[in-house]
Design a protein around this ligand. Structure first.
Ligand code: KG4
Ligand code: ZN
Length: 337
């Protein structure tokens, strides 16, 4: 059995977690910075870096305490090294390298998006592979064919805006605060998803790639008038806005589910997994679950606490790198893209 301390600081959550065997989460501490960034309508990189510096020590200490762990109980440190904001990544990397040197423990470098992709496997024994994995976050919308933790193939990706980015931008258009995804979901609860027929961009019959910039612009023009980017919000009633939010959400979910089913047909997989921040959306979870049930596919969504950015998923994937001996040196650098 191996115990891994995971550290995640790629964007605006400062997080640390202790995970046994890549699967049993002993602690999962996340200090969210949403309150710091909300008044700016998005993440401000300098504020994010500063907050990571101020909070990371305390978050790591809390993760060890919750797990009832001392440094000598940790076998390996796993840290997010890519992708993300370079200033934010550097804070986590510096902490992980320092502890690795100080405690004399090995270090592994984890890719944040692959950690989201593997997050549905947390708590599962055996893991759900082989599977088609849909990852929908603020920065990425991707499909992977995962045949094992060491055999992950990307089969689809976003060509422009990620789904979460579209949720955040459309929320701004509708006058909702950051982060927009949960706000749109809340507003859409009382709305009619068939009221507005927003475009479902499929990019050709065989494509597994995604494009969400068209729907973002369609919502913008629908709200303000064709070709206009401001001035039209006041003419809509609260019910109209709920209908627009529900129609937008339905269009995004339709595309995500249709492409995932395309990937299933392509790979002949019998299991589908879902991870990433947008995977917290209950309409997406339910619609994908229904589509899988109809086709007799097994479906695993990442548990809610492992959808938004967290370090449990970093420690979990880090465990498999450690087991395979894929260690990083103290010269490890951040790769923002
Ligand atoms: O995975 P994540 O925490 O960070 C990245 O790696 O990007 O994802 C954050 C994204 C944001 O765009 C946020 O608006 C979206 O996830 N999100 C949601 C919901 N909760 C978070 N989108 C739709 N519905 C939600 N309930
Ligand atoms: Zn993320």
């Amino acid at each position: 059995m191996a115990t891994v301390l995971g550290i995640e600081t790629s964007c605006d959550e400062t997080a640390a977690a202790v995970v046994d065997d890549g699967r049993r989460v002993r602690s999962n501490v996340v200090a969210s910075q949403i309150d710091l960034h909300r008044k700016y309508g998005g993440v401000v990189p300098e504020i994010a870096s500063r907050a990571h510096i101020e909070r990371l020590d305390g978050v790591i200490e809390e993760a060890l305490t919750h797990a009832n762990c001392k440094p000598e109980d940790i076998d390996c440190l796993a840290v997010t090294a890519s992708p993300g904001l370079v200033g934010s990544l550097l804070i986590g990397l510096t902490a992980a390298k320092t502890l690795s040197w100080l405690w004399g423990k090995p270090l592994v470098a984890v890719d944040h998006v692959l950690a989201h992709a593997c997050s549905p496997a947390i708590d599962l024994d055996p893991p759900p592979w082989p599977a088609v994995a849909l990852i929908v976050s603020g920065g990425h919308t991707s499909l992977y064919h995962i045949r094992g933790f060491d055999d992950i193939e990307r089969i689809g990706a976003t060509t422009d805006d990620a789904a979460g980015e579209a949720f955040d931008k459309v929320a701004t258009v509708l006058g909702l605060p950051y982060p927009g995804g949960p706000e749109i979901e809340k507003l859409a609860l009382g709305g009619d998803p068939r009221r507005v027929d927003f475009p479902r961009t499929m990019l050709g019959r065989d494509s597994l790639d995604f494009s969400f910039s068209g729907i973002k612009t369609a919502v913008l023009y629908h709200v303000h008038g064709k070709g206009k980017t401001s001035g039209g919000l006041d003419r809509w009633s609260p019910q109209d806005l709920a209908d627009i939010a529900a129609s937008f959400q339905a269009a995004v979910v339709d595309v995500l589910v249709a492409k995932t089913m395309r990937a299933v047909a392509r790979t002949a997989a019998d299991t589908v997994t879902l991870g990433g921040g947008v995977a917290a959306n209950s309409v997406l979870r339910a619609t994908l679950a229904d589509a899988c049930a109809e086709r007799h596919l097994t479906f695993h969504a990442a548990p809610m606490e492992y959808c938004m950015d967290n370090a449990a998923m970093i420690a979990a994937l880090g465990h498999h790198l450690y087991e395979r001996g894929q260690l990083a040196s103290l010269a490890l650098e951040a790769k923002p893209n």
